[in-house]
Design a protein around this ligand. Structure first.
Ligand SMILES: NC(=O)c1ccc[n+]([C@@H]2O[C@H](COP(=O)([O-])OP(=O)(O)OC[C@H]3O[C@@H](n4cnc5c(N)ncnc54)[C@H](OP(=O)(O)O)[C@@H]3O)[C@@H](O)[C@H]2O)c1
Length: 345
């Protein structure tokens, strides 16, 4: 059994990790940390875990973490992981960081939208944890920068078409909608019930921190700098993310040809589902699962493709993809612990 710890277990992403790892057949959950809830049983914080998780939260200690774990998931706000991750790696512990601290290859891109990086030497060694895309590199990795939820939903549909040179990279516009849990569990006015319920708004238009992350990955994929237009929206639901992505096609093409590219690319990966029979992705169909559903239409008048993807921001967008990455790092089936039958509703 792989002994696993979750640092920042009481946040939404951390709690989702606890949920998934609890029933993972090759993992033993040995350590949960929290500042505010140290000494509190995890099931007192999340009562749905009563009789399921019997661990008590403790404050973070390097020595305890070294003694208790082989792999650690850091589910902390950015800036905090970069201070603790290097010493964990030096102690031989594998780390999957859910924050932005180890997602970027370019230090200057990270520093332009976050803050000075205190461990830039680890950026070169970390692998960007978009599981299906970077599978081979993840098998060799000891540090994973788990992708942001918006980038996951945008990059998975785009990358096969960019590699096949079927879309103009400079024409991409991504319009995404996220459930409120994407903002985390901390209290804030913008996620207050009365501010969110029965409302729908764009925010951080063309200045969201996931924009440079998306740009960097697409630029690396095609070998030149690209800037994507990205507009995130907040929708009044607790979890789920839908992205609508527009791009000009490089040539007249058929639906069948696009289906072939997407289906061939993801043929070995069960968590990316290409929607057939005129079905388009919906957040309800991926809720609580590690699936990314992808559908599309072609507007023949404009020779433009409209891609639509749906994920659960807390699962494929965070904890589920993190566990998928752990499976890949440890040479396990990538779906272990993640292949529960989805709820029909
Ligand atoms: N929510 C999502 O959909 C999502 C998706 C992808 C990636 N992520 C990333 O995952 C990480 C965690 O996100 P989250 O949504 O789970 O956030 P969250 O709900 O706010 O949880 C943050 C966790 O970090 C702990 N923490 C420790 N030191 C902290 C500090 N100084 N300030 C605030 N919290 C501190 C908190 O517990 P204590 O305060 O008790 O220590 C809590 O367990 C973030 O880096 C986020 O960008 C989140």
């Amino acid at each position: 059994m792989i002994r696993a710890g979750v640092i920042g277990a009481t946040g939404y992403a951390g709690a989702e990790l606890v949920r998934i790892l609890t029933r993972h057949p090759e993992t033993q959950l040995t350590l949960l940390t929290s500042r505010q809830y140290q000494g509190t049983p995890f099931s007192d914080i999340y009562p749905s875990m009563s009789g399921v998780v019997d661990l008590t939260c403790e404050s973070y200690s390097l020595d305890r973490t070294i003694a208790e774990t082989e792999v650690v998931f850091t589910a902390l706000p950015h800036k905090l992981p970069m201070d603790i991750v290097p010493e964990l790696l030096t102690a031989g512990i594998k780390v999957i960081d859910l924050s932005a601290d180890f997602r970027f290859k370019s230090v200057s891109s990270y520093e332009a939208c976050y803050q000075p990086h205190s461990a830039p030497e680890w950026l070169k060694k970390s692998v960007y944890g978009l599981s299906e895309i970077n599978f081979a590199d993840l098998q060799q990795s000891e540090l994973v920068g788990n992708p942001g939820c918006y980038p996951t939903s945008i990059l998975l549909p785009l990358i096969p078409l960019l590699l096949a040179q079927r879309i103009h990279p400079d024409s991409i516009i991504a319009d995404s909608k996220s459930g409120v849990s994407g903002a985390g569990r901390s209290l804030s006015l913008t996620t207050h019930f009365c501010e969110v319920y029965e409302s729908f708004k764009a925010y951080k238009v063309a200045e969201h921190r996931h924009n440079p992350e998306i740009n960097e990955v697409i630029s690396q994929t095609i070998g030149r700098e690209v800037h994507v237009t990205f507009v995130p929206h907040l929708v009044p639901m607790s979890r789920g993310m839908l992205s609508t992505i527009y791009a000009d096609l490089t040539e007249q093409t058929t639906m069948d040809s696009i289906f072939s590219i997407l289906e061939d690319y993801y043929s070995d990966h069960r968590f990316v589902r290409i929607c057939r029979n005129r079905r388009l992705p919906e957040t309800l169909r991926v809720r609580g699962t590690n699936y990314c559903d992808i559908g599309f239409r072609i507007d023949q008048r404009l020779n433009r493709i409209i891609l639509i993807s749906a994920i659960d921001n807390l699962v494929k967008g965070a904890a589920g993809q993190a566990v998928q990455n752990m499976n890949i790092m440890f040479g396990l089936d990538e779906a272990l612990g993640l292949d529960d039958v989805p709820a029909p509703l």
